[in-house]
Design a protein. Structure first.
Length: 447
């Protein structure tokens, strides 16, 4: 790692602007690649894994078992946040982001090689579980670094919402790429897709990792971390320190994500099981619909991030939480019409309430922690939600539908998540437009 000297030459305004642009591009593209890996698994779970790894189970039970493995990745995410949050606050944002990209990419590529139940019995599911766990560790460390790499280059306090929303933009990009890849290979004739076609998108991950590494190697460390190192303020045990000093902020960050994360995985993962098994619509139709919804998010995520800079982070977030709580009922009412056009429109609309939350979310959470502990604190708070919201959501939705035989039970679950988010958000402090670090001058790292 480059050494960071407090007497290093300051960057000019033009140089700073160039580095800001590079940091945003590197964070967004790298995040898109990592989420391609993560969402690829999500998409294939509802389409393939129950059949290949639990072939002797009842279809509902097989789906539950497949989503249970899917949930393992979310359980691992706080562990990844703790590991990489520590190193992100110790050795820097850039080095940590390179490590997370490698870990995620190699684990995803390995999924392409996992033997099915027909070849090795239950061991195929065991291997799949281990790889999903590794994926979760990688993506658990990714988010904090990518957001901070962008946000900590923003000198204008009134632009943090927009700047920090661009790594969030990587999520719909990854969702788009994952669904596009599965849609393309699902066009294969006969049983070829089920036999081996689903493996190809996972194998392609290796190429994307190479692209991501090339981009991330070319960026500088953030000015905030540069300044922390130069002033000798790096914490020796940042994860322990943030747990001791900021437990309230960590818990509020996690609960604030309930209305964003749980519905998102219902709208983008559970919808495949529900759409094919209950509504009897085609796999390709659902893939195309989710793909189109992700394109809408290309625009809505940065828009709502920018809007949070204007009306306040908490105000924008609360509007999104209320909208999500109501939309769950509208969503299933539209799906249950059975009309292809209405189902398509419901899926397209589903990510807009999510994006009202996701756009301002990165700045909302990151602003809650001081610079020397920000990677650890924001990562842990963000990823803890994966255990209580994202991972269990498709599993809970499948269980609720199996028990009550009604999607309204799932809509009530979404509404309850929204209520929890509203309470947590009200208790958070709104730092929109306020300085959250000591004033700094962007420094040029020296060899």
């Amino acid at each position: 790692m480059a050494t960071l000297d407090i007497n290093a030459t300051p960057l000019s305004p033009d140089e700073h602007q160039v580095q800001l642009r590079r940091a945003v591009i590197a964070s967004t593209i790298g995040t898109a690649i990592e989420w391609y890996d993560f969402f690829l698994y999500s998409t294939v779970t509802g389409l393939v894994f129950a059949k290949l790894f639990f072939p002797h189970s009842d279809p509902w039970v097989g789906t539950l078992e497949a989503f249970a493995i899917y949930a393992v990745g979310f359980i691992a995410r706080p562990i990844g946040a703790a590991i990489f949050g520590h190193f992100g606050d110790r050795i820097g944002r850039k080095s940590t982001l390179i490590a997370t990209l490698l870990l995620m990419g190699l684990a995803t590529f390995a999924v392409a090689l996992v033997p099915t139940y027909a070849s090795v019995g239950i061991w195929g599911a065991v291997i799949l579980t281990v790889l999903r766990f590794i994926q979760g560790i990688g993506v658990g460390g990714e988010w904090g670094g990518s957001v901070l790499m962008s946000m900590e280059w923003a000198r204008n306090n009134h632009s943090r919402g927009l700047v920090a929303s661009w790594p969030q933009f990587g999520v719909p990009c990854g969702l788009f790429l994952a669904n596009l890849a599965v849609l393309a290979f699902s066009q294969m004739s006969g049983e070829a897709f089920l036999a081996w076609g689903w493996r190809v998108p996972f194998a392609l991950s290796l190429i994307l990792v190479g692209v991501g590494l090339y981009i991330r190697m070319g960026i500088l460390e953030t000015p905030v971390f540069t300044r922390i190192v130069a002033a000798r303020k790096v914490d020796k045990t940042p994860m322990l320190t943030v747990l001791r000093e900021h437990p309230r902020e960590i818990l509020l960050s996690a609960f604030a994500r309930m209305a964003e994360q749980a519905p998102f995985y219902i709208f983008t993962a559970f919808v495949f099981a529900y759409g094919i098994g209950t509504l009897h619509v085609s796999r390709d139709f659902l893939l195309t619909s989710v793909l189109c919804a992700s394109v809408v998010s290309f625009f809505s995520i940065p828009f709502f991030g920018h809007l949070s800079d204007r009306i306040g982070r908490k105000n924008m977030y609360l509007i999104g939480a209320v909208t999500t709580g109501v939309f769950g009922f509208i969503y299933f009412a539209m799906l249950n019409t059975g009309s292809s056009a209405v189902i398509f429109f419901a899926i397209i609309l589903s990510l807009i309430p999510h994006d009202m939350l996701y756009g301002p979310q990165a700045a909302l959470i990151a602003e809650s922690f001081t610079g020397r502990l920000r990677y650890s604190g924001s990562s842990l708070g963000y990823q803890l939600a994966s255990v209580i919201a994202g991972g269990p959501a498709p599993l809970i939705a499948t269980w609720l539908f199996g028990v009550y035989h009604s999607p309204w039970a799932i809509a009530i679950y979404i509404a309850l998540c929204a209520v929890i988010t509203i309470i947590a958000t009200v208790l958070m402090t709104d730092y929109t437009g306020k300085a959250i670090d000591e004033e700094y001058v962007p420094l040029r790292p020296t060899s």
